[in-house]
Design a protein around this ligand. Structure first.
Ligand SMILES: [Fe+2]
Ligand SMILES: [Fe+2]
Length: 165
């Protein structure tokens, strides 16, 4: 008979999913920064690349707390979101709408991360892993702040530039 699976197994599986996703994002953000036309948007992507290194390190600590080896598991969701972003870069390259498209892709990434960290933080609390919950919550706050900063850039000028074309 199959071994009973518990919330701890689910937590470990989801941790592997977001670990894979964060490492994929780490490779993708420089491409987005390179593609961005606005200097502010470039800077926002570069800043978040640095934060993302910290997200990977926090996840490694959470694996340690769990007593497991840090290991990723292919995340089809992030592969799909990143592929759609690459399509936008290809299809809107050289046009005034490119940056608005890059922001939309980046926000899809941030929201994916926010659902994962929101769930993992809650599960860590339920499982009594306070330190893990704190680490996951710190990253959740940075993802959420990044999402808001991107909305700010879109509102400040990038949507208008795209629209005026
Ligand atoms: Fe992240
Ligand atoms: Fe992020």
């Amino acid at each position: 008979m199959a071994k009973e699976k518990t919330l701890e197994d689910l937590f470990h599986d989801t941790l592997k999913d977001i670990y894979y996703a964060e490492r994929k994002i780490l490779k993708t953000l420089p491409k987005m920064a390179k593609a961005a036309q606005s200097e502010d948007l470039k800077a926002a992507f570069e800043k978040h690349r640095g934060e993302t290194e910290g997200h990977v390190e926090r996840l490694q600590k959470v694996f340690e707390i769990l007593g497991k080896r840090a290991q990723g598991k292919t995340c089809d969701a992030i592969e799909g979101i990143v592929a759609e972003g690459e399509e936008i870069i290809d299809e809107f390259k050289g046009t005034p709408a490119l940056d608005a498209g890059l922001i939309s892709s980046a926000q899809a990434v941030e929201h994916y991360e926010m659902t994962r960290y929101g769930t993992l933080k809650r599960w860590a609390e339920v499982l009594g892993m306070e330190e893990a919950a704190r680490l996951l919550g710190d990253t959740l706050d940075e993802e959420s702040a990044t999402d808001e900063a991107l909305t700010g850039l879109a509102d400040a000028s990038i949507n208008d530039i795209a629209k005026a074309a």
